[in-house]
Design a protein around this ligand. Structure first.
Ligand SMILES: [Zn+2]
Length: 233
């Protein structure tokens, strides 16, 4: 089990004010590369050179390789023997259609089950997960967008957890759906409209109404699909 960061995690060195603790450095490097991938600053399918990232982020090879390994596990980076790393290619239209067909089959049903099993603790967990997304804080749009993608993944995953079918939850989670769909379009509309739809889902959970939860989730996924479809034009 991992322990929480101790208070001295952000302890600065006397010399340069650089964060010395390797775990937070690794985390910062990971976040920086993740944000670049989500905002398409590293284009889908393009090569990722460790040396370039070393220069750009002004860190050693070790945290870069660590971050790339983690991103590989999340499906955002591919590693090819003797060639190296590249950003995962953009999903194809066919895969996109398959993904949304699967989501529409599974997630509204799971949302209904989660609503039927809703209690105060679960509702608070979901409200907190959704609340993080609605905060418009942070000057860096790129970072905000990538955080939204991750929080949206957590929000949907929590609903799957509360629906108590671990197989459905894993099946969806292994697709890294949110990371792939959010890379289709870097646009504030993608995030702003989703917030209203999340509100409707939360309202249905708040009244523990399975039918309303199922409908609200269906609407959210259909609208998400329709928002992203122009990316293939
Ligand atoms: Zn969502």
């Amino acid at each position: 089990m991992q322990t929480a960061n101790s208070p001295d995690t952000a302890e600065m060195s006397a010399a340069g004010g650089r964060i010395q603790r390797s775990n937070s450095l690794a985390e910062n490097v990971y976040e920086a590369i993740f944000a670049q991938l989500m905002a398409l600053k590293i284009a889908p399918g393009s090569r990722i050179t460790v040396d370039n990232l070393v220069k750009e982020l002004d860190v050693s090879h070790t945290p870069i390789r660590e971050a790339l390994g983690r991103l590989e596990g999340e499906g955002l980076v591919l590693k090819t023997h003797l060639i190296g790393y590249r950003a995962a290619p953009q999903i194809t239209r066919r895969r996109f259609d398959e993904l949304y067909e699967m989501r529409l089959l599974l997630e509204p049903h799971a949302a209904a089950k989660a609503a039927a099993a809703m209690d105060e603790a679960k509702l608070n967990t979901l409200l907190a997960a959704a609340g993080v997304m609605s905060r418009r804080e942070g000057k860096d749009d790129r970072l905000r967008y990538s955080n939204f993608a991750r929080q949206d993944a957590i929000f949907h995953d929590k609903i799957m957890e509360f629906s108590e079918n671990e197989l459905i939850r894993q099946t969806l989670s292994h697709q890294h759906t949110h990371f792939h769909i959010f890379r289709l379009m870097y646009h504030s509309r993608v995030t702003e409209e989703a917030l209203d739809e999340h509100e409707a889902i939360l309202a249905a959970f708040g009244s523990a109404d399975p039918d309303a939860a199922q409908e609200a989730m269906r609407v959210h996924i259909e609208h998400s699909r329709d928002r992203l479809l122009p990316a293939f034009d």
